[in-house]
Structure formats: structure tokens, C-alpha cells
Design a protein around this ligand. Sequence first.
Ligand SMILES: NC(=O)c1ccc[n+]([C@@H]2O[C@H](COP(=O)([O-])OP(=O)(O)OC[C@H]3O[C@@H](n4cnc5c(N)ncnc54)[C@H](O)[C@@H]3O)[C@@H](O)[C@H]2O)c1
Length: 422
Amino acid sequence: MSSMSIQNSVIKDLKLAPEGHLKIDWVEAHMPVLNRVRKQFEEEQPFKGLKVAISLHLEAKTAYLAKVVQAGGAEVTITGSNPLSTQDDVCAALVEDGITVFAKYNPEPEEYKELLIRALETKPDLLIDDGGDLVTILHAERPDLLDGIRGGAEETTTGILRLKSLEKEGALTFPMVAVNDAYCKYLFDNRYGTGQSVWDGINRTTNLVVAGKTVVVVGYGWCGKGVAMRAKGLGANVIVTEVDAIKAVEAYMDGFRVMPMGEAAKLGDFFVTVTGNRDVISGEHYDVMKDGAILSNAGHFDVEVNKPDLASRSTLVRTVRRNIEEYQLHDGRKIYLLAEGRLVNLAAGDGHPAEIMDMTFALQALSLKYVNDNYNKISSRVVNVPYELDEQVARYKLESVGIHIDKLSETQTAYLNSWAQH
Ligand SMILES: NC(=O)c1ccc[n+]([C@@H]2O[C@H](COP(=O)([O-])OP(=O)(O)OC[C@H]3O[C@@H](n4cnc5c(N)ncnc54)[C@H](O)[C@@H]3O)[C@@H](O)[C@H]2O)c1
């Protein structure tokens, strides 16, 4: 146990650690790809003597990633990525394991931000960010802390959009690896991870049946495809709303009804927003929704479901179950909002399955090593995960589930690389 991390950390209660250790042990046993990266890091010590600050949804899988980075020689500080997704027992266990933690479940908004800043005040060499909060604070509010940062890795779609806008203005001061854009991230984490964990979050929170109901999925990107696919599997009638014509055709060909939100709003029993955009459900939509409609968001920020519009139409707002707020509208209808419109799978669930985060976090760990090995050579921009790392993660995954695949013969390779052969 490191006395440093205990002295410096801000958490709810160190006594919660035993439960947190059990949670971390469980995910470790289900993350074989990350376990291999851990072994590699233990031998190579890629982060020896370096400080790493991590902002991620602070539950058990993230905790294990932090321990893998620590096993690579780093002094690790971790903070949350959403006020409702931090698990206090996991924080306590990490402190016992010598990691400095600035996070607790549901702090006041000012304290939440203060905790992110505390992580940056450790003067890290490397960052792992989720949604771009650390990078944004550094560039917008605390440029005094930019000095010495070699680079980092970003977890999600929304964070990459923010980074690209910073890069476009020429303001990004260090390289960031776009982990989200690797195949082994979005194909599995965004699609199958979000698909499963969103329904886990909604089901455990509402304890209602999905079969036969109408589910409206707002946004048919990688996450939306997963949410719609699993809703169909649960027996729902699925409607997709989109603003992108190509994605809309894809949803149509996948067998879903496609229509504008103005029409879908009248039909939905469950709504799930996954756009990374704001106000995709707002005033005019609440006016036509069915009594009892249930709203949830799985996009990064809590701005997809317009909460002020909902509140302004309500005479009473009350919590009717954990993570369910009932809005009673002026005309007597009731609309329910899950997890305050924050990521429903994390704020009202445990996030993606461990086997999914196994690949995502293996990519995170390898991307962090990549940026540390190459920060002198790559300029201050958003860079892709090198294909070899993506492929390495896929190979480790296949090996972990005992699947073998074929290899190209020399003749086949020559054929594929020749314009003259046919
Ligand atoms: N909940 C999770 O665990 C989790 C996991 C990964 C990503 N995310 C977040 O989910 C969001 C979506 O990620 P993605 O990878 O699917 O992104 P994506 O870019 O693949 O898809 C977003 C889709 O939303 C559509 N869209 C935008 N505005 C819209 C509107 N007004 N109405 C309907 N559709 C609209 C876009 O056309 C696009 O097809 C991001 O905020 C991302 O950070 C959440």
C-alpha cells in the first residue's frame, strides 16, 4: 500500500476497498488480452519514471487498466469521466494498490471539475482521456499545466471530435492517439458493447418488458447500430431516426423503420439517444409523446435529451426509482428520464462487458506506449492507432477464445498484389 496515494487521494471511503478488490479481480479474470499486455509491460517497463493521468469512467475495468499502466512502471493518477459513473469501492481499492485517485460518486459539479484539475496538477507526462475533458481543461483553462505533456490517447467519438476541432485551430499542443477510431474499438466496443450494456442499464433500472414495445434509437452510428440490433433481439419494434442519408439507408436495409423524430416521438415507448449531438429530443417532441414514455441517453454528454425543455413543461419532478426521474407534464402525462440523461449504461449500469473492454483497454495501453515511444517524431495532432497494434489486439483476442484462421499462401499474396495477374 502506498502512503503517497492515500495521503493525496480524494475518495469517498477507504473502507469500501474489499468490495472494490473483488470487482477488479473479476474483470481481470475476463480480460485475457489486457493480461498479455500487462506481461509485456512488466518485462519492458515502458513508463518507468513517468507520470500518467487517466480520466475514464471509473469502474472495475478502468481500474484494471490503471493497474496495467502502473505495472509498466508509471506513477498513475486517476479521476472520473462522469459524475455518476464512478464506483466508490473501486476507487478505494485502487488507493490501496498505490494509485492516486481523485474521484467519488456524484460530487457537486464544481467539485467534479476540481477533481479533474487535481489529476492534472500532478504534472503528468502522458494522458488517457475520455470525451476530451482533460485536454479541454488544459488548453482552455490551465495552459500553465501543459508543459511537459508528451501526449496521450483518447477513448471516445465525442472526444475525438473535440480534439479535431482543437487541432483545426492549430491549438493542440501534443499528439493524441484516436483509440476510438481503431477497428478493435468501434466495431466491438461502440457496437456490441453499447448494444448490450445499454439494455442492461435500461432493464435493471426499469425492470420492464421490452418485447412488443416500440424503441426509438436516435442516431445510427456504431453505437446506434448495436442498440438497435439488441432492441430487435429483445423483441422490440425498432424505429431509427437519423440526419445522415447513408446511415438512414443502412438502417432501412437492416430492417428498421426510419422516420423523423417528430413522427417517432409519437410512437416510442423507449427512446435511446446515441448521436454525440445536442437537443436531439427536445420541446416539440415532448409535446407529442405517449404517457409513460421512457427516455435514456447513451451518447457521451447529458445534452442529447434536452432537460431544460422537459423541466419547463413539468409541474412536478420526482425520483420514483433509483436512476428514474418522473416528469409530470402540465396535461397530466408522465415522461420518465433515466440516469439524469447521462450515459445510461454507465450511470445506471456497470458499462460494457469486461471481454469488450479487454480489447479497448489493450488498445489504450498499447497506444499510450506508442505515443510515449514516438512523441518526438509525431507532431501535435490527432493520430490513428497504428494498424499493427489494432491487428495485434485482434490476434490476441482470437487466441484467447481458441480460434485459428487461415494464412495467405505466397501465390495468393502475389496474386493480390499484382495488377497483371487475373
Ligand atoms: N455509452 C457508451 O458506452 C458509449 C460508447 C462509445 C461511444 N459513446 C458515445 O456515443 C456517441 C455516438 O458514438 P458513435 O461512435 O455511434 O458515433 P457515430 O459518429 O458513429 O454516430 C453518431 C450518429 O448520430 C447521427 N446524428 C447526429 N445528429 C443527429 C440527430 N440530430 N438526429 C439523429 N441522428 C443524428 C449521425 O449522423 C451519426 O450517424 C458519442 O457521443 C460517443 O462518444 C458512448
